[in-house]
Structure formats: structure tokens, C-alpha cells
Design a protein around this ligand. Sequence first.
Ligand code: HEM
Length: 495
Amino acid sequence: SVPKRDVAANQLSQFAKEHQNDKESITTTFGAPVGEKDASLTVGYHGPVLLQDWVLIDELAHFTRERIPERVVHAKERVHLGTSRFSQVAGELGYPDTVRDIRGFAIKFYTDDGIWDLVGNNQPVFFVKDFALFPSFIHVMKRNPKTHLRPDYDMFWDMITLRPETTHTTLIMFSDRGIPNSYRQMHGYGTNTYAFVNAQGTFVYCKFHWRSNQGVVNLSSEEAERIAGRDPDYHTRDLYNAIESADYPSWNFYIQVMTLDQAAKNSYDPFDDTKVWLHSEYPLIPVGRFVLNKNPKNYFAEIEQIGMDPAHLVPERTEKSIWCPFTFSYLAGIEPSPDRMLQGRLFAYADTHRYRLGPNYIQLPVNSPFKMHNYNRDGQGTVISQGGAPNYHPNTFNGPHEDVRAKALSPALALNGIAKRVDSGNDDNFTQSRMFYKNVLKADERNRLITNMLTWLLPTTVVLQERAVAMFSNVDQELGRRLREGLKTRQHVDL
Ligand code: HEM
């Protein structure tokens, strides 16, 4: 069939025509002009983001409240050492499981020293690397606010081609891995860079990996489309049935470790989540195994109300600390790294939970740690009373005290640099994309990747098609040529 641009597909072009002479600048929600929209305010290029970056907090706090009553991203779910939840980034509840998208892979660990959430995806990289770009990026994956249609190919390709750091993840999304056959048959990745601190207070950086023991199996686009019509809950059904039939899916858990010295000399930015850490340089170190062996008793109570959060990290050394064969020590605690996306995530999740589930979401059984003693009180949904303990600190009436272990291990972070917004978009976006396209994919996988990309590129405007061809030519001239030809040989009608 000949793809035609209908009126809905043309919504943004129409808007652009009508607003050719507009000269409005971006403002914050309270009307102040914004000078730099695409970079967060960090202390030095690799430093953490400052709380005084109110431009971004203003946007992020609004973003986390966008959806009522659903999750703002990853609404389409599923399930259970902890508790796990699989999801789809852009689909709403009820959206078909088998659409092309990144899948969420999130696990909540209940440890003696608090909750640790590893909130990852089924891809090792993400589209953008500065959280300043995240709300806009999610907007282009979701519905057009005027037509309420999804996908809106113009929104999608506009943003993708304006931000070339999206190249790597875009190629992965359009490869076979963009539509897994089941949640059981995909790997999981923490994606962002974290840090471990050992009992001596020494830091290393790390990445987390789950490798499926069921193998990786994907669906062709055609099969996925057929299944979407027949069984929109295909992945959810598969997982439920497997667990109920005691065919328990499992994943082996690995870490990659990078020392501070290695990080300083690494040829690519170790805190850039559009890049992988090469396995040849940073081998996978086996740590454990994870088995899903129980479905929730009540879906809403245990899955809809779960509050995952990358800021839920366990800082102290515990009896159950992970032994790291690389550094020959216990990995005492997990800390954030300066990874700019992770820095934004540290704020966003609890913020969205306080909004979606209420300020005391942590007291819901699925989110609750084994113990909680602090100076928070009251608020909507309070269940835990904390008895008659004092509600102020410091006090002399035996309220909970500071933990000397945790204090001793709080690592000092040397920072050096000026606080500034530096756009991170342009450092080598193509070397790893090229490695993926040329070395990881086989010839038939490359063919399917191109067909899948063309399916999404054909409905967009000629200007955006040309920009996409130019961008992907930077990955590989042959890829650019094949996209150009694929677009030429099929009729395309711009309105
Ligand atoms: C869910 C924000 C990047 C994985 C969410 C939610 C928000 C959010 C607000 C909804 C949480 C809820 O209502 O329960 C952000 C922001 C990001 C970011 C601001 C960047 C600055 C990422 C990245 C990954 C990721 C890089 C993967 C490594 C997930 C997953 C969920 C989720 C798996 C679903 C959690 C669940 O199943 O309960 N994110 N996200 N996000 N995000 Fe992100």
C-alpha cells in the first residue's frame, strides 16, 4: 500500500506553517526565559547536578505529574527476590505488548539494611544522556498532544535527528531486539553507571547486567502485529503461565567494574548512558542468579502500587554485601555516579510516587522496608506511627541515632570545576553505533533493521527523511545509501 500523509500526520507541519513568524523564547513555568534547554547544571563536566538547577527541577517535577492516574512512563507492566516489574516505556495500560519499544526491567530487593531498586531496561543504552532531554524525548515517543495519535512519526524523527546521541539506541530499537518474544527471553541492564564503595571507603564504578537463561528470542514485525490483534497481553500471559506452571524463568546477574584510574583514561565517557562499556575491556563478573517463582496475589496491590526508585540504594556494608572478585573485597554499598541521566532519576521517581501514590507510598506493603526509623511524621496515607519516639533531631530522648557504619563509609567525592550547563550531545555518537551495526548484527539482521526503520521513516516528511539518512550515513555509508534507496523506491505523498 502507498503510504500517504493524512491530515493528522501533518499536524506539526501545519503548525509550523501557521507560526512561521513566532519569536517566543522558552520560559520556565513561572515565565522566566530559559537560555540553555538541553544541558543540566553540573559541577564540572563530570560533576553531579546541582539542586539549584531549578530550570530542570521545574520541568521534571511537572513531567512526573503528567499522567493521571497511570505511570508517566512504563505504564504497561508486569511482575516478582524481591519483586520485579517488566514494562514498556511508552505504552499506556492496555496497550499491546508486542509493539516496538524499549522494555523496562526493574527489581526491588528487600535487604536488612533497606530497599535496593535496580530499575533498568532490556537495552544496555538509552537514547539521551542528559536528563534535561528526558521529558522531551518521552513526549516524542508518546501521543501527539493535539491529534492524540501514536506514534507521531514527525515528532519522533525530528527529535532523533536533532540529537545524534540517539543513534545507538535507535538502531537497537529498530533491530530484532525492539520486539522481544517474551519478558522471559530478554536480557536486562541497569544501563546507568553506579558506584560501589568498599569497607575501606574506596570507590569503583559499575554497571549491572541480567542475562536470560531462557535465551534471547525476538518477534518479527509481522508476527508482532498479528499477535497484537489476537492477544494484546501476550507477554503478560506468557509470564503468568510460565510461573503458575512452575517453569520459573531465571537470569544470571553480572557486574562490570571500572576503577577510577580506568575511568580517567577511558576512551569514551563512562557516565554516558548512550554508550556500553566494552566487554573486552570490562568483562562481566558473575555475582548471582535471580528466579521468578511467584505471581502476585493481587495485581494492583503488588504491581500497580510498586514504587521503584534508582535513588533507593543501600549505602552500608551488610552481612549480605556482594563479594567482588575483581577488587577482592565486599562491595559495601551502592552509590550514584555522576551519570547525568542517573542524577535526574534520583529526583524524579520519588517525586512521581509522592504524586501518584501519595507522600507515604513507602508504607504500602510492597514498598515497605523491613524497618524504618526516622523523623518523618504524618501526611496522607500514614500507617506507621513510630510510637512515641521523638519527632525531632538531635534529641536526648533515645530517638533513632546516626549510624556510625554508614557515616564512616560515606565516600568523599573530590570535585573540581565550574558549575555550568555544558551540552553533552556531540562527543562521538557513531563509533559504538557502527560496531553494533557492522560487527554485532549479521547480514539478515541488518536487512530487517533497515526494513523496520523504513516502516517508520516512510510516513514522515521528506525533510526529516533526508536528515535521518544523513545521520545514519555517519554510522555507515552503506546504511545511509540503503535507507535513501528504500525511501526513493516507494511513493510518498507530502500534504
Ligand atoms: C519508570 C523517570 C530514565 C527505566 C519511570 C517513571 C518515571 C521515570 C517518572 C514512572 C515511575 C512510576 O510511576 O512508578 C525517568 C527519568 C529518567 C529516566 C526522569 C531520566 C532522567 C530511565 C532509564 C531507564 C529507566 C535510563 C533504564 C535504565 C525505568 C523503568 C521504569 C521507569 C524500568 C518502570 C519502573 C516500574 O516498573 O515500576 N521513569 N526515567 N528510566 N523507568 Fe525511568
